[in-house]
Design a protein around this ligand. Structure first.
Ligand SMILES: [Cu+2]
Length: 419
């Protein structure tokens, strides 16, 4: 008995220590409640290449309007495992409805319904947001692809100040009626939910007590269903049928009489023209790429030709909303871009010189930062399809930006090779 007790105590103590040992050390980095980092890296790197993302209102008062805007390129390296963007919708990823989305426009076209987009092309979007719930919120642009799911873009913090109770979303209908869409119809909605719940409980309850399920099941198994039904059951059944059909009909007719002019829910398709292809004199191709696991660096060899008339300098490599820049690229960084997504001196090249007009070069570009691990992009090495895609940004002396999509298979390396 005693030995057993001692063992029990020892076991309890052991479990306690074991629990403590595996409890992770408290992290002081900002909390990301969306789980955006757990989205597969092939989805984040090889579908939508986000750039120029702008969280316009760093702080917005309740009821005020702000914007989330930016551009994206649909990667030529779209994974085979992901459904093609034949039906897409631009949305916002946020912790609950902290903003009301008043409109989404892609290339200036309102996108209140979904539609197809073209792989290999670029789109500019602007989402108009009205502040609804106060707080410090992490907001992402989000690209939903039918049968593939939502693909989150980079997240930035947006603050909303004020009092939630002051929120109003007044809408003027086409018939001239004005109402607050926050509260409109709430009582009717609650009433119908309670009503049908009560009807359902009465229906199930009636049969549940005449007799209880278990007895009923045994009688059913032994003698069939005929003796389980008595005339009252049939009468009650007919009553519920007539009652339900009457309530639905009367409800429908009275709602129709109250709101004679309605617009059906839009179920068409948005036909969005991609942004015009900007002539790009810089031609680029990745001829080799490897990921240095201990060094946390993606290295690629880029075969580039400058067919233009002015020298071009590479400044940035961006993928999954994460930006690796050198000096030239850092100078062009929007200071409002979330610092936790920028590796400001993460981009190095074996040849920093500008690519001269007419010149063809093979440049080794290294994007090195702990962000590969922190953002869990290194997980591509566990995929059966080890590839990356992203955008390389280059600049001419006059400040013109050239965007080159790149993609390639990635070879993992575990030792440092001479760079
Ligand atoms: Cu987030």
């Amino acid at each position: 008995m005693n030995a057993k007790k001692t063992f029990k105590l020892w076991m309890l103590g052991f479990c306690g220590i074991a629990t403590l040992a595996v409890t992770p050390v408290f992290e002081s980095t900002p909390a990301f409640a969306h789980g955006e980092r757990s989205q597969e890296p092939f989805l984040r790197m090889r579908t939508v290449n986000w750039y120029d993302t702008e969280w316009v209102g760093k702080s917005t008062a309740i009821n005020d309007v702000t914007y989330l805007r930016g551009k994206f390129h649909l990667s030529e390296d779209w994974p085979r495992a992901v459904v093609k963007p034949n039906r897409t919708f631009l949305n916002i990823g946020s912790p609950s409805s902290v903003f009301v989305r008043l409109s989404s426009k892609i290339n200036g076209t309102p996108m209140f319904v979904s539609g197809p987009m073209e792989i290999g092309r670029d789109y500019a979007y602007e989402v108009t947001l009205k502040a609804r719930l106060p707080g410090h919120h992490h907001i992402h642009p989000m690209f939903a692809v039918k049968d593939a799911g939502p693909i989150a873009g980079p997240g930035g913090w947006m603050d909303i100040t004020g009092n939630a109770a002051d929120f109003k979303n007044e809408i003027k209908t086409l018939t001239g009626e004005t109402f607050d869409s926050e509260t409109k119809g709430t009582a009717t909605g609650v009433m119908w939910h309670l009503f049908w719940a009560a009807v359902a409980i009465a229906w199930v309850g009636f049969f549940a007590i005449r007799p209880m399920y278990l007895i009923r099941a045994r009688v059913l198994a032994a003698y069939g269903d005929e003796i389980l039904l008595d005339p009252i059951d049939r009468k009650v059944g007919i009553f519920f049928l007539v009652f339900t059909v009457t309530v639905v009909t009367v409800g429908y007719l009275s709602a129709d009489a109250q709101y004679p002019v309605t617009v059906p829910l839009q179920a068409g398709e948005a036909k969005i023209k991609p942004m015009p292809i900007k002539p790009n004199p810089l031609v680029m191709e990745v001829t080799h790429a490897e990921y240095d696991v201990p060094g946390r660096a993606l290295r690629m060899v880029v075969h580039a030709t400058n067919n233009g008339t002015v020298p071009v300098t590479i400044g940035e490599f961006t993928t999954a909303g994460i930006r690796f820049t050198n000096k030239a690229g850092a100078a062009k960084l929007d200071p409002n871009y979330p610092a936790e997504l920028v590796a400001a001196s993460g981009l190095t090249m074996d040849n920093e010189a500008a690519i001269q007009p007419g010149q063809t070069v093979d440049i080794k570009i290294e994007s090195k930062d702990v962000l590969w691990e922190v953002q869990r992009l290194v997980d591509i090495l566990h995929d059966p399809d080890q590839r990356f895609a992203g955008l390389i940004m280059s600049y001419t002396d006059s400040g013109e930006r050239l965007v080159n999509p790149v993609w390639a298979p990635v070879l993992p390396v575990f030792t440092r090779l001479g760079a």
